[in-house]
Write a new protein. Structure first.
Length: 128
């Protein structure tokens, strides 16, 4: 992900929800982002073995993102910096921990990464 600013990746999906509940959460989040005039990219990926739809937004929207992530019962949000540095904010403790670098990989490598991956625009990324 070549960029010049920091971003946050988060999901409205929750593993205990039904597929229809998760789909409703996705649509509700899209509407909230549009209403707040927040530019986003939709992504697919996996976190802790669970496939999910994620959203990538600029970190300048951190306050709203954290509110939404809590609303959707998320465990964490992923931050990444222009240099690829990645960190995870655990919402329960509000602790931010550096976890490595975001790296572009091929599809097979991403799918075999048990920690998770993010995919958008036909590209795959993992944290190493």
């Amino acid at each position: 992900m070549q960029n010049t600013k920091s971003y946050i990746i988060f999901s409205p999906e929750f593993y205990e929800n039904t597929e229809s509940q998760n789909q409703a959460a996705i649509e509700q989040l899209k509407e909230t982002l549009r209403t707040n005039k927040i530019h986003y990219k939709e992504a697919n990926g996996m976190y802790k073995g669970v496939k999910e739809t994620s959203f990538i937004v600029g970190s300048e929207h951190e306050t709203l993102v954290l509110e939404l992530a809590n609303k959707y019962n998320q465990h964490s949000v992923l931050y990444f910096q222009p240099n690829g540095d990645a960190s995870l904010r655990i919402l329960e403790t509000n602790k931010v921990t550096p976890i490595g670098k975001l790296k572009a990989v091929d599809k097979e490598t991403a799918l075999n990464n048990h920690e998770g991956f993010t995919s958008f625009n036909g590209k795959y990324f993992i944290v190493v």
